[in-house]
Write a protein that binds this ligand. Sequence first.
Ligand SMILES: [Zn+2]
Length: 118
Amino acid sequence: MTLRLEEEKVDVHIFRKEHVEQWIAKARSGHEKARVCLWATRKWLEDLPTEYSACSCCDAPLSPDEPPQAFLVLIPVISDPETVSAKVGGICPECSKHENKWLLDKSLRRGSEVLSPL
Ligand SMILES: [Zn+2]
């Protein structure tokens, strides 16, 4: 799904831990976005103990003791493969029980990341 983040068009992916194997398989077969998703969420999890983060859908604080099982990953549509940057938003365990569409609707409605429809 493509949305707008400020002035930039971004691809929005829901990355779920339970699907990590599929993402890894995709990345291995040369799927660039899958590689970025894996890399960005791994980095985000490494930073979690030192950086305060809240759920992208409901504002619940996220804790490294119970790391999120789902993430919102935003990747610019037009990006330089050398400097590709992705934004990651953690989703709390309660919210990640819902389906992707619900998560997208919720995070859009909150507008925290100034995400908006195209
Ligand atoms: Zn939540």
